[in-house]
Design a protein around this ligand. Structure first.
Ligand SMILES: [Zn+2]
Length: 698
């Protein structure tokens, strides 16, 4: 009886439909819901903070960079753990270009002599910060080069900064630029520098953005110490991710490979990340115009732009990479589905780290391992997921999402057919809950957050987040392993985490167990909450009789993006967005029919072949948003609603095709992209109409 009542009664909150019963779960009838709640509760009882702490302590005891023996050992440890839990698991081996530095030199030759240290010394009371077996500070996929040239300060190194330098008459061509971290993803900085004719690029951590200006530096506080360096990839990931030498196919032993010169995602000039201690003497000597206020960092002198021909700061920069191919070890586990083995729900987290990586990625790895243990435990208590559950521990994420991309490329056809959703995690901290992802899963995640207790054990995650009626998830750009699934294949994806204060040690030797136990989630209460959140979402998606995809939130969210572009269009390229608006209204009508059919069908659903096809229609709606050939100039990125920005890197651009064309004042391209978005939304509507019809036949 209650089930019929729940199906018939919906309430309107902030313009969107929710089922009226507080604890109804979308996609379940009352009988299956009661069983579901029992399994979910059992799963949430399993994760143990002290297990997470012990796994972190163990895996963070050594550096475990992708391509090294320690990364292989990390993978083997995870494999053994999964098997001990009773799960079927194996390692998939790939090999990719994973360069390590052969030589690095940075020196100032005039007006004063200075040689940069390029090292991260140990800090007091932290034995793990000793620099033994640690990869030197470098940027992966830097070009090789040995250059001597005058230095110019380019602020964050984004296109607008170069416009400003031009307006001040500062020439960049033939120079070495020094940029501070922040304002964009790091890979954008050398790319834009190269586009402006620079011959080398330094990226340093200014204490204003990343260091003592933010708070006490490590070991006194969590922030970056003077010699702390942010390693990281500068692969041009907005074109494609994964092995630069095998775009579009898996880089297995014997697979064909491009020559390094043909790989467009590799940088063409030498790039080196440095600490503020190494940057200070260079910046202090710079002449030329005084930097505008917004360009100034927190170092104790007046910032200048450089470019003074009278007294240039001459810098010698040498970077030589080994450009070697190295092995990658993805750990994959599966729990076979009992009713729909060919529908998969997958969750993943990377296991490789720049150095010890207590926060990035082990805080996420340890939670994911507990999620896996919780699911394994359930199977021993009699749980059989309806759909197959897949677990991935990825290698090579830090280099450019390499392990996950190669896995996706190897299994692309199968994933496109079978993968219902991909749930990602990465670093986890003790901050606020942050959920990002596909808006077709927003209503779903609201219910999951409602049903999972907060880290303090009291309130639900939804209540802890504040304003539970106004729950929204953010869009995904790039920066972790969801990218190949979401943005290339159009698989509905989520990224789950509690915000972390790990900025101060991010990608440095100091991201270690000692730092984590002093300055992050030292009780692992948030780690446990993440494990519980992921387990609940996975079990629910694996078991739902009707998959809980919902389209009203998508429609409302895309309408909002369109309004933003409309405003932007007033000052940039004009574009007529009517075609997209028409499709959104049409989608609204189709969705209303779909929702009433969905509510009526729930009490009637049976285990039929119809249901398998219907659910496939639902989870493949996201594919219609990612048609070939993808975005202009970067066809690999196919999703028409979410992409990393061409000149922002990780940060998302929503409706990227239209938005970037408007921003670049290209009305013809904006019109074409509008047509393509309208077309994609139309295709989604057609698929949803078909689903509505099928619901009627249940
Ligand atoms: Zn990470």
């Amino acid at each position: 009886m209650r089930r019929a009542a729940a199906a018939a009664s919906w309430v309107l909150l902030s313009g969107l439909l929710y089922p009226a019963g507080r604890d109804t779960i979308r996609g379940f009838d009352s009988v299956s819901q009661a069983a579901e709640q029992k399994w979910e509760q059992l799963a949430r009882a399993t994760p143990e903070p002290d297990r997470m702490r012990r796994v972190m302590e163990r895996l963070a005891s050594k550096p475990h960079l992708a391509g090294t023996q320690q990364s292989k050992e990390t993978a083997e440890y995870l494999l053994a753990q999964l098997r001990e839990f009773g799960l079927e698991a194996h390692i998939e081996r790939y090999e990719a270009l994973l360069p390590q530095p052969r030589a690095r030199t940075l020196e100032m030759t005039s007006p004063a002599a200075f040689r940069a240290k390029l090292e991260e010394p140990a800090v007091a009371d932290d034995p793990d910060s000793v620099d033994a077996g640690v990869i030197p500070t470098f940027n992966a996929y830097s070009g090789d080069g040995d250059v001597t040239a005058p230095l110019v300060y380019v602020n964050y190194g984004v296109p607008a900064d170069y416009d400003y330098l031009k307006s001040r008459g500062v020439e960049v061509k033939g120079k070495i630029v020094i940029s501070r971290y922040g304002g964009s993803w790091r890979g954008i900085k050398p790319k834009v520098a190269f586009e402006h004719g620079a011959v080398g690029c330094l990226i340093y951590s200014d204490p204003k953005d990343d260091g003592y200006y933010q708070g006490d530096a490590y070991p006194k506080g969590p922030f970056r110490p003077p010699d702390g360096v942010q390693r990281g990839s500068v692969m041009d990931m907005v074109l494609y991710t994964g092995d630069p030498l095998s775009p579009g196919w898996a880089s297995e032993t014997g697979a064909k490979r491009l020559a390094p010169g043909e790989a467009v995602t590799m940088m063409k000039i030498p790039v080196l990340p440095i600490s503020w201690a190494d940057a200070e003497p260079l910046l202090r000597h710079l002449g030329g115009p005084v930097a505008p206020e917004s360009w100034r960092g927190a170092l104790p002198f007046t910032y200048h732009l450089g470019g003074s021909p009278a007294a240039p700061v001459q810098v010698h920069l040498k970077v030589e990479m080994d450009n070697a191919t190295r092995p990658l070890y993805d750990v994959i586990a599966a729990i076979p589905g009992s009713e729909y083995p060919d529908q998969w729900v997958m969750f993943g987290n990377h296991h490789d780290a720049w150095v010890r990586g207590a926060s990035d990625p082990l805080s996420g790895v340890t939670a994911q391992l507990e999620t896996a243990r919780a699911l394994a435990q359930l199977t021993r208590q009699g749980w059989r997921p309806k759909r197959t559950v897949m677990i991935g521990f990825w290698d090579g994420e830090e280099y450019g999402l390499v392990g996950s991309t190669e896995f996706m490329e190897k299994h692309a056809d199968e994933l496109s057919r079978k993968l219902v959703a991909y749930i990602n995690s990465d670093s986890n901290g003790a901050g606020r809950l942050a959920i990002e992802g596909s808006h077709t899963l927003e209503a779903f995640m609201r219910e999951v957050a409602r049903d999972v207790p907060g880290p303090d054990g009291a309130k639900s995650l939804l209540e802890a987040k504040g304003a539970p009626r106004d729950f929204h998830i953010g869009p995904l750009g790039s920066g972790s392993d969801y990218t190949p699934f979401l943005q290339h294949l159009g698989i509905a994806s989520l990224n789950l985490k509690f915000d972390s204060e790990d900025g101060g040690v991010y990608h440095s030797v100091y991201d270690d167990y000692n730092w984590y136990m002093h300055f992050s989630d030292s009780t692992f209460a948030h780690g446990r909450a993440l494990a519980q959140l992921t387990a609940t979402a996975v079990i629910r998606l694996a078991d739902a009789p009707l998959l809980p995809f919902e389209f009203g939130r998508l429609q409302a969210t895309v309408s909002g993006y369109l309004d933003e572009i409309q405003k932007l269009s007033a000052t940039h390229a004009r574009v007529d967005l009517t075609a997209v608006r028409t499709e959104l209204s049409r989608l609204g009508r189709i969705n209303a029919d779909f929702e009433s059919a969905f509510g009526r069908a729930l009490p009637k659903q049976k285990r039929t072949q119809i249901l398998a096809g219907l659910n496939q229609l639902l989870y493949q709606t996201e594919r219609t948003l990612a048609p070939e050939p993808g975005l202009p100039g970067r066809a690999w990125f196919r999703h028409r609603i979410y992409a990393p920005g061409k000149y922002t890197g990780y940060a998302v651009k929503t409706l990227p095709g239209i938005r970037e064309a408007v921003e670049l004042n290209n009305p013809a391209e904006a019109t074409e992209q509008t047509r393509q978005v309208a077309h994609a939304l139309h295709a989604l509507g057609v698929q949803l109409e078909q689903a509505t019809k099928t619901l009627g036949t249940l």
